[in-house]
Design a protein around this ligand. Structure first.
Ligand SMILES: CCCCC/C=C\C/C=C\C/C=C\C/C=C\CCCC(=O)SCCNC(=O)CCNC(=O)[C@H](O)C(C)(C)COP(=O)(O)OP(=O)(O)OC[C@H]1O[C@@H](n2cnc3c(N)ncnc32)[C@H](O)[C@@H]1OP(=O)(O)O
Ligand SMILES: Cc1cc2nc3c(=O)[nH]c(=O)nc-3n(C[C@H](O)[C@H](O)[C@H](O)COP(=O)(O)OP(=O)(O)OC[C@H]3O[C@@H](n4cnc5c(N)ncnc54)[C@H](O)[C@@H]3O)c2cc1C
Length: 692
């Protein structure tokens, strides 16, 4: 890229230690960073990581050096080129999903094929019959057809039952007629639809013999395969500029009595019989919502790397950035000279940033749990057993809500912790935040999703308490955390915390009891208000949100603690258990995650009277103790995430700490610096290209 400003060559580094600061930090680590990286990725995935990174970093099509200077059209063009090259690489290297996921992560460019890979293909896999897979999935996997997932409408998104697009069965021709009766029925927000896709999975109200059977998925060809123009009676467009995600063509579509063969209704679970239009019921009414469950689980798995990325930038920058001389504890160099304090040494900065590191590690262990639960469900459901679906739906909904909210809050916290430079695109936070933000809304608005989790929790509570002998559920409490804490609460509703010193709060049994008691107390309270005091659901929505959050925080805490203590077959966990140094640092991180989470929601713990006010103060002191304990490992803990510089795309978070040199180098490339402003208002042109 061209530099438009010549930087003077006489400048000396103002900080004599400069970039060495990160090396000094790295020397403080109490554990082997490479070992922790191995725990996070596993041997196989780490090999994959390096292979794919090398390919991505060496390919000129993926060059991101211009990325912060691109407008919407350039971004979209760049994304299309990226998709095209990615498809070539998939073919050349025979990449499977595992390789593709690494490639997509490193490329960090939401593109027009994202919904094809992330929604269209998984829906065909999950809901298509064998014949439908042959017809649609095979060409989709070969990129001969490009699809999108058209569910949300201009008028309805959260309320899927309220969708207005209809699919009416026409027995005479054995077809469905797809129709948008109102403007509000226009499909809206659909990724890849605006310019790219030639097929769509359309969620529409299935109507046969005058009866509405609710939303079902239909495959609809929307553009001509040769001209790429919309097919007759179909209107398509891009929905326009957005907060972020501008490299993707989110689109709208309207149908005017469009006919498709009966074959195109995805029929693995429910079918319409030829001619009679008889509806065959699915084994579970909600199986047509299956793609949402899968993608919510995928989103939860992605949160850990999102938090890791934000923490990496902010921690490294904070180590390099110096501001003020600390009057009480001035920082002295070996030669006795006094230098300004690294901002990472300010306790307030630690209090803002170290919990983000801890959240990332917490999400790592819960992502493992989510993948295991999803795998178990897939195994069982393939033999017709859908009994795990309710658990899976409840935990994936609540955890998607909690963890993505945590992630966007933390990206912003990390950005602000970088001061003014955090506001520059060069920080690596701006595009990152914009593109990540929709995770709190898509696949279910984060508030709406908590209703689903709470509904399940209330139902379980009622089931257990209405039984004459609740202990009958004891055998399930090993597998079902909700039953476990409800039983514990019923046995001992007035449990008290036994901590008498700050360090007592490091006791994992005390921590678990606190979270169990708090969530059961909150659920019991909501059940009482709805069932006995006859409060309406709407009047309880704030509490509903609170119990879903409390339950999911408990899951994060429980998964972290279990990972540290329980013997496991899992390769990563075994490596963790076998290294005392790793176990020690992960225990500190776990304690910080648990106690900081408690401290943030201390009101709940006090209200349930599990904690006393003096204990709340002790708990806070323990949080401060943990910050001190973690401080020497801070940089190494983020290094272990192994987020490559090419992905960070950040002047502040680079591995070598050359913050200031990069800031001015990138600023010199700002195209505006290549323009000259003409202040004569009588001239036609005000701006012209500068002569260098
Ligand atoms: C092969 C290659 C793969 C490569 C992959 C690589 C990378 C992919 C990575 C990521 C993806 C990438 C790109 C994608 C980019 C963007 C994606 C955005 C796409 C979208 O953004 S796409 C639209 C999503 N749009 C929503 O997300 C709408 C949210 N709105 C709803 O989801 C419903 O509207 C709800 C649930 C609010 C109400 O629904 P409702 O009114 O019909 O139901 P109701 O509340 O009455 O519940 C009755 C009973 O159903 C149960 N129940 C409900 N839902 C269930 C489910 N899903 N599963 C199992 N049970 C369920 C309940 O638990 C209850 O059970 P019970 O009766 O026992 O209590
Ligand atoms: C970048 C992006 C990409 C997307 N891609 C796709 C795609 O590819 N395909 C697709 O089909 N969709 C897509 N979507 C749409 C997305 O799934 C929906 O926007 C999302 O499900 C939220 O629905 P909504 O917009 O109707 O929100 P609304 O339901 O209108 O929510 C608005 C507000 O009302 C509140 N609210 C609504 N109902 C209730 C209630 N009952 N109780 C309490 N509060 C309530 C919500 O909490 C929220 O704060 C995308 C969205 C974005 C932003």
């Amino acid at each position: 890229m061209v530099s438009y400003v010549k930087i003077p060559s006489h400048l000396k580094p103002s900080d004599p230690q400069g970039p060495d600061l990160l090396t000094q930090e790295r020397n403080l680590a109490s554990f082997d960073v490479k070992e922790l990286t191995l725990v996070l990725y596993g041997i196989k995935d780490l090999e994959r990581y390096h292979t794919i990174l090398k390919i991505i970093e060496n390919d000129p099509v993926f060059d991101k050096s211009n990325i912060y200077f691109m407008g919407r059209n350039e971004l979209f063009e760049h994304a299309i080129k990226k998709e095209k090259r990615l498809v070539q690489l998939i073919r050349e290297n025979k990449w499977k999903v595992e390789e593709l996921q690494f490639a997509e992560w490193f490329l960090d460019m939401p593109g027009p094929f994202g919904a094809h890979r992330g929604m269209f293909i998984p829906t065909l896999i999950g809901q298509g019959t064998k014949e439908q897979k042959e017809k649609f999935l095979v060409p989709a996997l070969n990129y001969q057809i490009i699809g999108c997932y058209a569910q949300t409408e201009l008028g309805h998104g959260s309320n899927v039952k309220g969708l207005e697009t209809t699919a009416i069965y026409i027995p005479e021709t054995d077809e469905f007629e797809i129709h948008s009766p109102y403007l509000t029925a226009s499909k809206w927000w659909v990724g890849g639809l605006g310019k790219t896709a030639n097929h769509a999975i359309v969620m529409a109200q299935l109507i046969s013999n005058g009866k509405n059977y609710g939303p079902h998925p239909f495959v609809v060809q929307i553009r001509d395969m040769k001209t790429h123009l919309p097919l007759p009676s179909i209107t398509i467009g891009d929905i326009g500029p957005k907060f972020g995600f501008n490299s993707t063509d989110n689109g709208f579509i309207l149908f005017e009595h469009v006919r498709i063969p009966r074959f195109n209704m995805l029929s693995k679970f429910s079918q319409i019989k030829k001619g009679t239009g008889e509806y065959i019921n699915p084994p579970n009414q909600k199986l047509s919502y299956g793609t949402m469950v899968l993608v919510r689980a995928i989103i939860i798995s992605g949160v850990r790397v999102t938090l890791a990325r934000a923490a990496t930038i902010a921690i490294r920058y904070s180590a390099v950035r110096r501001q003020f001389i600390d009057k009480d504890e001035p920082k002295k160099l070996e030669d006795g000279s006094i230098v300004e304090t690294s901002i990472l040494d300010y306790t307030m900065q630690q209090y803002r940033l170290f919990p983000v590191i801890a959240q990332s590690y917490a999400c790592f262990f819960t992502a493992k749990m989510m993948v295991n639960l999803y795998t178990e469900y897939t195994k069982q459901s393939s033999s017709g057993d859908y009994s795990l679906l309710a658990d899976l739906h409840a935990s994936s909904s609540g955890l998607k809500s909690l963890t993505t909210t945590m992630a966007v809050d933390s990206i912003e916290d990390c950005r602000r912790a970088c001061g003014g430079h955090g506001y520059s695109s060069f920080s690596g936070f701006v595009k990152f935040y914009q593109d990540y933000l929709p995770n709190t809304t898509w696949e279910g608005d984060n508030y709406i999703l908590t209703h689903q989790t709470a509904r399940y929790l209330l139902k379980t509570f009622r089931q257990v308490t209405s039984h004459k002998n609740p202990e009958i559920y004891a055998s399930q409490s090993n597998k079902n955390p909700t039953i476990s804490y409800i039983l514990q609460y019923l046995n001992e509703p007035n449990q008290k915390c036994t901590a008498i010193t700050p360090s007592d709060f490091n006791n994992h049994e005390i921590q678990l009891r606190a979270f169990k008691h708090r969530v059961a107390f909150l659920i019991a309270n909501v059940v009482d208000q709805i069932d006995n005091q006859k409060k309406s659901w709407n009047s309880m929505l704030v509490e509903i949100n609170r119990i879903s959050r409390a339950h999911c925080q408990y899951l994060l805490v429980q998964n972290f603690i279990t990972a540290l203590h329980q013997p496991s077959e899992d390769e990563s966990l075994r490596m963790l258990h076998n290294s005392p140094a790793l176990k020690e640092v992960m225990t500190s991180i776990c304690n910080l995650f648990v106690l900081h989470t408690m401290e943030k929601d201390i009101g709940d713990f006090l209200e349930s009277e599990y904690l006393t006010t003096p204990q709340a103060r002790l708990l806070r002191i323990q949080v401060y103790n943990l910050l001190k304990e973690i401080r020497p490992n801070a940089v190494s803990l983020v290094d272990a995430f192994l987020i490559p510089d090419s992905l960070l795309c950040s002047a502040l978070g680079r591995y070598d700490g050359k913050v200031y040199e990069t800031m001015i180098d990138w600023a010199s490339k700002e195209p505006l610096n290549g323009m000259t402003l003409d202040f004569n208002p009588n001239n036609d042109t005000f701006i012209r290209k500068a002569k260098l």
